[in-house]
Design a protein around this ligand. Structure first.
Ligand code: SAM
Length: 290
C-alpha cells in the first residue's frame, strides 16, 4: 500500500512521529491563532489538529473527555456552575452535561474557527454546544478569568499545549485568578502533558499549582492519539481530596472509559513520576495494604 506522505496525517514530537493513514483532508485553514485542520482517517474517524498537533480523533476522544471531566465532577459533592477554558471541539462540555446537578456551563474558547470546524465536521464531540445550559464565549481564557465575577464549582482547563495561544494558561497569575473564581469546595483540572516526553513542562505546571492551591495531584490516562500514549491531567483544589472525598456511589451511570476504579487507579502514579514530582504533590490517603 502506498506510503506517500500525502496518504498520512503525521504529528512529530521532537524525535518521534505519530501517523494516521488518511482517507480525506476535510478542512485546512489558518485562524488568527493557529492552523486548524480536520481530516478523515482510515480507522480512527475524523481527526482535529492545531498547528500539526492532534487534538482529538473520533475513535479515542472518549478517553480524554471522560477523564478530564468525570474525575473532578464526581469528586465535587454537587457541581452546579462549571467553567471550561478551551475545549473547542465540545467533547468536555458534552461530558459535563451528563451530570444532572449541573445548572450552567460556561465555555471560553479563544478560537471561533475551532468551534465552527468541530460543529461542521465532528458532531460527535460538538453536538451539545447548543444546549440551553451552555454559554459560549469566543475569548481568551486569561482575560475571562480576570474579568469574571462568578464563582465556579469545577473549572476545566481543556487547553492545547503550552505553545501558541495556550502559553499564558501555564502561568501562576492565571491560576491565582482561577483560585479567586473558585468556590471553597472548588476544583480545577488542567491538561497536564505527557509525563514521558514533557516531564519538564509537567513539573512547571505542578510547581505553579503548588504556589496557589493547598491540594495538588496528578492523574494519568492512556490516549492512543497522543505521543507516547501516557498522558496526565493535573488536579488542584482548596481542600477536596480526589480520593478521600470521592464517593463511588455518586457514579450512577456507565461511561466508556471512566469508572470508580479508574478514578482511584488514575492517581496511583508510576515511580518515575513520584520521584520527579516529589514533595510538590499532596500525599494521598494510604490504601489498605500500604
Ligand atoms: N484535547 C486537546 C489537547 O489535549 O491538546 C485540547 C482540546 S481543545 C481543542 C484545546 C483548545 O484550547 C483549542 O481549541 C485552543 O484554541 C484553545 N485555547 C488555547 N489557548 C486558549 C486560551 N488562552 N483561551 C481559551 N482557549 C484557548
Amino acid at each position: 500500500m502506498s506510503t506517500k506522505n500525502s496518504d498520512w496525517y503525521e504529528e512529530t514530537h521532537e524525535n518521534i512521529a505519530l501517523r494516521f493513514r488518511l482517507k480525506e483532508r476535510l478542512f485546512d485553514a489558518q485562524s488568527e491563532f493557529q492552523k486548524v485542520e480536520v481530516v478523515e482517517t482510515c480507522g480512527n474517524g475524523k481527526l482535529l489538529a492545531h498547528d500539526g498537533m492532534i487534538m482529538v480523533t473520533e475513535k479515542d476522544e472518549f478517553i480524554y473527555h471522560d477523564m478530564i471531566t468525570h474525575v473532578p465532577m464526581f469528586t465535587h459533592p454537587s457541581p452546579k456552575n462549571i467553567l471550561v477554558i478551551g475545549g473547542g471541539d465540545g467533547g468536555t462540555v458534552r461530558e459535563v452535561l451528563k451530570h444532572p446537578s449541573v445548572e450552567k456551563v460556561t465555555m471560553v474558547e479563544i478560537d471561533g474557527m475551532v468551534v465552527e470546524a468541530s460543529k461542521k465536521y465532528i458532531p460527535q464531540t460538538s453536538g451539545q454546544l447548543d444546549d440551553p445550559k451552555v454559554t459560549l464565549h469566543i475569548q481568551d481564557g486569561v482575560k475571562f478569568m480576570k474579568e469574571s465575577k462568578e464563582l465556579f464549582d469545577v473549572i476545566i482547563v481543556d487547553s492545547s499545549e503550552p505553545i501558541g495561544p495556550a502559553t499564558p494558561l501555564f502561568n501562576v497569575d492565571f491560576y491565582k485568578d482561577v483560585a479567586a473564581r473558585m468556590s471553597d469546595d472548588g476544583i480545577v483540572v488542567s491538561q497536564g502533558e505527557s509525563p514521558y516526553y514533557d516531564m519538564k513542562m509537567q513539573k512547571v505546571l505542578v510547581e505553579i499549582l503548588a504556589q496557589v492551591f493547598p491540594k495538588v495531584h496528578i492523574y494519568n490516562y492512556c490516549n492512543m492519539s497522543y505521543p507516547s500514549g501516557l498522558w496526565s491531567f493535573t488536579y488542584a483544589s482548596k481542600g477536596l481530596c480526589p480520593l478521600k472525598d470521592f464517593a463511588p456511589a455518586r457514579v450512577d451511570q456507565k461511561f466508556q472509559y471512566y469508572s470508580p476504579e479508574i478514578h482511584v487507579g488514575s492517581f496511583l502514579l508510576p515511580q518515575f513520576m513520584k520521584d520527579e514530582h516529589g514533595t510538590h504533590l499532596t500525599s494521598l490517603p494510604k490504601l489498605g495494604w500500604q
